[in-house]
Design a protein around this ligand. Structure first.
Ligand SMILES: [Zn+2]
Length: 147
């Protein structure tokens, strides 16, 4: 059972409670210590600073949450777009082969016009309404906003 927390792999901690990534993100705190050395502690999820350098402040947590949410959404879009592109190409290829079989035109020479013409004459291949659409991915469930 997954809670859908950022970077979580198991457990029941709600996403908005996760302040440190389960799978360590590469990002380290961008602040400097009083002795001038870089902090090097892990930054809060989605943010650029650790908890002791402002990462615990509500406005910083919120900004980090929004940034992480946007990254997640972008990643989600890339995943579902790529899947859709693949499925659409396969679907279109299938239609071209139907046209090739019905008309005797070699598949590599079938045009959009041939598809429409074939459809009008034989009622096949299926129209755009049967084309695959982009579907949400369960790996990118929506998460509740922080309090
Ligand atoms: Zn720090």
């Amino acid at each position: 059972m997954t809670a859908g927390g950022f970077g979580s792999t198991h457990g029941t901690v709600p996403a908005y409670r996760v302040t440190v990534a389960r799978v360590r993100q590469a990002r380290q705190c961008s602040a400097r210590r009083t002795n001038g050395e870089p902090c090097r502690a892990f930054a809060i999820v989605g943010g650029t600073v650790c908890r002791t350098h402002g990462g615990a402040a509500p406005q910083v947590r919120h900004a980090a949450y929004v940034a992480e949410f946007e990254r997640r959404e972008r990643r989600h879009f890339d995943v579902i777009y790529e899947r859709w592109r693949q499925e659409y190409a396969e679907w279109q290829t299938g239609r071209i082969f139907v046209v090739a079989k019905l008309t005797g035109i070699p598949p590599e020479r079938v045009t959009a016009f041939d598809v429409g013409w074939c459809r009008g004459l034989y009622g096949a291949p299926a129209g755009e309404e049967t084309a695959p659409t982009m579907r949400r991915d369960r790996r990118f469930r929506s998460v509740q906003p922080p309090r």
